[in-house]
Design a binder for this molecule. Structure first.
Ligand code: CP
Ligand code: NVA
Length: 306
């Protein structure tokens, strides 16, 4: 019982909107969530650091009545070369679900292929679906149904978060402008998925190498680190990203009411200036808080589906 959540396209638009609207109602106390994970054992297997994703999932599982525990890769036989498929088949016999953060997206897909329990992607090199689901909720909380009409700009590296934003814009029918350097653009598969979904939902996904074009009259400017976990700090990449820094100067092209988002952790002085970060800190930490509200409704949804 239950469903995988490896990429945002594992939800259809109706399901995705149901989740976002339910998060609003549960957070606002209008609807109860109860303890749908009572008696369930869910593990977190993370091979990369995490503050928000790990802690929000652990708290969410506890609040929903489930039992969770953290698995360290170096203490599993995986670290001695045990097959992914054997690890997956074994853990499926003990657990009710598993939440995985790892480098290789294809490794996660292989794990999920062999698993008979729900597998949730807590970040890979390609995607971070829990993050963008939560971020769409944060925008919905702010703009309500108008969220479909605002202009969202993503600036910086074409990384896992950027890839997932493209799919998220397609899934929810949002207007997204992505500005990255030519050599550091998003993954073409995720871009195509975003475009295909947009055709169904009425979303708009644009790609540019001009940060000003993306930011012009934007309602929301979103950024993420220029060097993701595990990436080398390549000086050439640093140089080509400089003009994508979210600064007061760049933001002066956006709407006066512009909001700035960051999935965190931030590397202030690179993708965002300290001044801009502090000006929008309250919103950015609400964005972080919403990870918890989102995980709860997402877990309820995934674990109560046949
Ligand atoms: N945004 C995010 O996923 O944060 P962590 O790396 O701290 O989990
Ligand atoms: N792109 C970042 C996101 C961290 C939440 C990384 O992969 O490190």
């Amino acid at each position: 019982m239950g469903r995988d959540f490896i990429d945002l396209w594992n939800l259809d638009p109706e399901e995705a909107w149901y989740i976002v609207r339910r998060i609003a109602k549960v957070k606002g106390g209008e609807e109860e969530i109860g303890r749908p994970l009572e008696g369930k054992n869910i593990a977190l297997l993370f091979t990369k650091p995490s503050t928000r994703t790990r802690v929000s999932f652990e708290v969410a599982i506890n609040q929903l009545g489930g039992n969770c525990f953290f698995l360290q890769e170096n203490q599993l036989q995986l670290s001695r070369g045990e097959d992914v498929k054997d690890t997956s088949r074994t853990l499926s016999r003990y657990l009710d679900g598993i939440i995985i953060r790892t480098s290789s997206h294809s490794w996660l897909e292989e794990f999920a292929r062999w698993s008979s329990i729900p597998v949730i992607n807590a970040l890979t090199d390609k995607s971070h679906p829990c993050q963008i689901l939560s971020d769409v909720f944060t925008l919905y909380e702010k703009f309500g149904e108008e969220v479909k009409n605002i202009k969202i700009a993503y600036l910086g590296d074409g990384n896992n978060v950027c890839n997932t934003w493209l799919v998220g814009a397609g899934l929810f029918g949002l207007n997204l402008f992505v500005a990255t350097p030519e050599d550091y653009g998003p993954d073409s598969y995720y871009l195509q998925a975003g475009l295909d979904l947009s055709n169904f939902t009425g979303g708009n996904v644009y790609l540019t190498t001009n940060p000003e074009e993306a930011v012009r009259d934007a309602d929301v400017v979103y950024t993420d680190v220029w060097f993701s976990m595990g990436q080398e700090r390549d000086p050439e990449k640093l140089e080509s990203l400089r003009k994508f820094q979210v600064s007061d100067e760049l933001l002066s092209k956006a709407k006066e009411s512009v909001l700035v988002m960051h999935c965190l952790p931030a590397n202030k002085g690179e993708e965002i200036t300290e001044e801009v970060f502090e000006k929008f800190a309250d919103f950015i930490f609400t964005q972080a808080e919403n990870r918890l509200h989102t995980q709860k409704v997402l877990l309820e949804f995934l674990f109560t589906q046949r």
